[in-house]
Design a protein around this ligand. Structure first.
Ligand SMILES: [Zn+2]
Length: 88
């Protein structure tokens, strides 16, 4: 490794949701290339801290078109809000 600071190391714990957050889409994409051999991962900006990007699996329903990505992301946002106790 001659390069310093590979893109895949450029992540912080997201202050919004506690997941691994990337400060650029490029870094998130570099990570996905390394770990996603089945191309089921999705890069999305955090709903709580939009300046961070997360890498996650696309659920079966989204891949098969039963649920749109927008609906899925809305569900995640709603779930995160519940976990944070905002929707109680
Ligand atoms: Zn987040």
């Amino acid at each position: 490794m001659s390069r310093k600071g590979p893109l895949t190391d450029q992540w912080v714990t997201c202050p919004g949701c506690g997941k691994r957050g990337y400060s650029s889409k490029r870094a998130a994409r570099a990570t996905r290339r390394n770990v996603d051999h089945t191309h089921t991962m999705n890069i999305y900006s955090c709903k709580v801290e939009p300046r961070y990007y997360h890498v996650g699996h696309i659920p079966h329903d989204v891949r098969t078109g039963k649920v749109t990505r927008g609906q899925w992301l809305a569900n995640i946002a709603a779930r995160d809000a519940r976990l944070r106790g905002e929707a109680s």
